[in-house]
Design a protein around this ligand. Structure first.
Ligand code: PEP
Length: 250
């Protein structure tokens, strides 16, 4: 049985005080959420203070990105060792904003996924189609290409340590949520791809999150779908009551 995972992607929001207050708010309400793993992913610069604010709570710390080299002349980048050093357990990889704005490719995401797993971090690997790709009937093809490229070389031993997030780009930050049926269709497709590449048993163990304008009001019907194992939450992760409201909707 897959345990529901609700992860908050704070993106480039908050300042130090707001990040600490948000983390404390989530930590304070976490006890009311049963049987759900909670993760918050603040901006890199606030990971340490947010980690301190979460101390003693069941809420895990995650980063929004990492670099695929150990150390050296990579100005502005952060290594997996730096993330684990300050207590991060998860890292979001291949978010559509990084793919679109920073030119991240499936090959980059694959390298980062390998590096994250080697460091004991749980990668949350994002895939998702653009609106024009959906309208052209290419969703399944795009998802397959991203799945194959972003998880290139990930072994059967490693795959159950990976979380996949299906984030239709047209639903991110737009208020346009995928219908539960649209989400389930792609999630079931991803599970079939996992099953074909690995085994049906291993495919059943991998958590597949939905992301894209998820809110307390629409979370229950999305999370009720058999292949939707949680959510990656952007805007609604910036208020403890909204973030926890989504978790409680399960
Ligand atoms: C995201 O950026 O991962 C996301 C799902 O954003 P939002 O919830 O704001 O659509």
């Amino acid at each position: 049985m897959r345990k529901t995972l609700i992860a908050g992607n704070w993106k480039m929001n908050t300042d130090r005080a707001a990040a600490v207050a948000l983390a404390k708010g989530v930590a304070a309400g976490a006890a009311e959420v049963d049987g759900v793993d909670l993760v918050v992913c603040p901006p890199t610069i606030y990971l340490a203070v947010v980690g301190e604010a979460l101390a003693g709570s069941p809420v895990a710390l995650g980063a929004q990105n990492v670099y695929a080299e150990d150390n050296g002349a990579f100005t502005g980048e952060t290594s997996t060792a730096m993330l684990t050093d300050i207590g991060a357990e998860y890292v979001i990889l291949g978010h559509s904003e990084r793919r679109a704005l920073m030119g991240e490719t499936d090959a980059d995401v694959s390298k980062k996924t390998h590096k994250a797993l080697a460091a004991g971090l749980t990668p949350i690997v994002c895939v998702g189609e653009l609106l024009e790709e959906r309208e052209a009937g290419k969703t399944a093809e795009v998802i397959k290409t991203q799945f194959e490229g972003s998880l290139d070389g990930i072994t059967a031993d490693q795959i159950t340590s990976v979380v996949i997030a299906y984030e239709p780009v047209w639903a991110i930050g737009t208020g346009k949520v995928a219908s539960p049926e649209q989400a389930e269709e792609v999630h079931a497709d991803l599970r079939r791809l996992l099953s074909e590449r690995y085994t049906p048993q291993l495919a059943e163990e991998v958590r597949i999150l939905y992301g894209g304008s998820m809110k307390p009001g629409n979370a229950a019907e999305l999370l009720a779908k058999p292949n939707v194992d949680g959510g990656l939450i952007g805007g609604a992760s910036l208020k403890p009551e909204d973030f926890l409201g989504i978790a409680k909707a399960k």
